[in-house]
Design a protein around this ligand. Structure first.
Ligand SMILES: O=C(COP(=O)(O)O)[C@@H](O)[C@H](O)[C@H](O)COP(=O)(O)O
Length: 281
């Protein structure tokens, strides 16, 4: 017989991933990690309850937030969608060098109390503070797994040595390394950077050895179809979907855009066709 925890982990994974094994998740930790200026383009979206209602209506599969925001808007995440609570973060207000560390700002118990379906933490692989984040992740993952919660690692290569050795943090060799390190440290889902091509992203997916790899959205593209094409490439490369923030909340009307993204992620629709079907073209 299965251990109780394994049943819990599998059931909770299904709140994010549909039968096709893919998910589109809305990210809203920007008020903390980047600052509220990220919302200035469409200021009403600084209110988590307003944007969460919109993403729910559009049919998003899950939402990722920090604990305090989940206290305000976690209840607006429908019970059949995934709620991912992230327990580590940093502000952009810290001295630059200290921004290579994500600190713990909440505990597994907090996520459980908030009704989380998955628990997330970041590791900046290659950072001078890598050791602290590895330990933090190990503690969170071990306890969360004991309680039957899947654990998500935001596996981001970052730091001076990465730049020196690979030139940029999006080099597929180092993104692949981070994804593999996430797997070997016990992650059940991985969120990471785009590597620039389907071929290289497919290698990241291979290195993850069956653990689902989600794209970390990145800055808003002016043309919505460009972002749909990026997500299409992720899917074609074997990626499991995307965790998207700015490309959603920095658009005036995020609902048709999310619906088009869902067409690409779950129906393998061509990005231009998906955009046309939702009135974006
Ligand atoms: O990982 C994050 C920040 O990464 P960053 O330090 O900006 O590279 C999160 O704040 C976001 O949740 C993540 O980037 C997804 O949001 P978008 O990138 O799609 O806005």
């Amino acid at each position: 017989m299965d251990a109780y925890q394994n049943v819990g982990i599998r059931r909770r994974m299904k709140r994010f991933f549909r039968r096709d094994g893919r998910a589109l998740i809305f990210a809203m930790d920007h008020g903390f990690e980047h600052g509220p200026t990220d919302f200035e383009e469409h200021w009403e979206h600084v209110n988590p309850r307003i944007i969460i209602k919109k993403v729910m209506r559009a049919g998003i599969d899950g939402v990722m937030m920090l604990p305090g925001l989940a206290r305000i808007a976690g209840n607006d995440v429908k019970p059949d969608r995934g709620l991912m609570i992230k327990l580590t973060s940093k502000t952009n207000l810290r001295p630059k060098d200290d921004q290579l560390l994500q600190s713990q700002l909440g505990y597994v118990e907090d996520a459980v109390k908030l009704g989380a379906d998955a628990i997330a933490a970041t590791v900046y692989w290659g950072s001078p503070q890598e050791d602290a984040m590895m330990r933090q992740f190990a503690e969170i993952a071990s306890y969360a797994h004991d309680l039957g919660f899947p654990v998500v690692q935001f596996a981001y290569p970052r730091g001076p040595y990465i730049n020196e050795k690979y030139g940029k943090k999006e080099d597929y060799r180092v993104v692949m390394y981070g994804a593999r390190a996430a797997v070997e440290s016990g992650a059940d889902m991985i969120k990471t950077y785009w590597t620039g091509s389907r071929e290289t992203f497919a290698k990241v997916v291979d290195a993850a050895a069956g653990v689902p790899v989600l794209l970390s959205g990145g800055a808003k593209t002016d043309n919505p179809v460009d972002f749909l094409k990026l997500v299409w490439d992720v899917i074609e490369a074997g990626g499991a979907g995307a965790v998207v923030g700015r490309n959603i909340f920095q658009r005036e009307d995020p609902e048709p855009f999310i619906k088009a993204l869902l067409r690409v992620v779950h129906r393998n629709e061509d990005p231009e066709e998906a955009a046309k079907a939702e009135g974006l073209l």
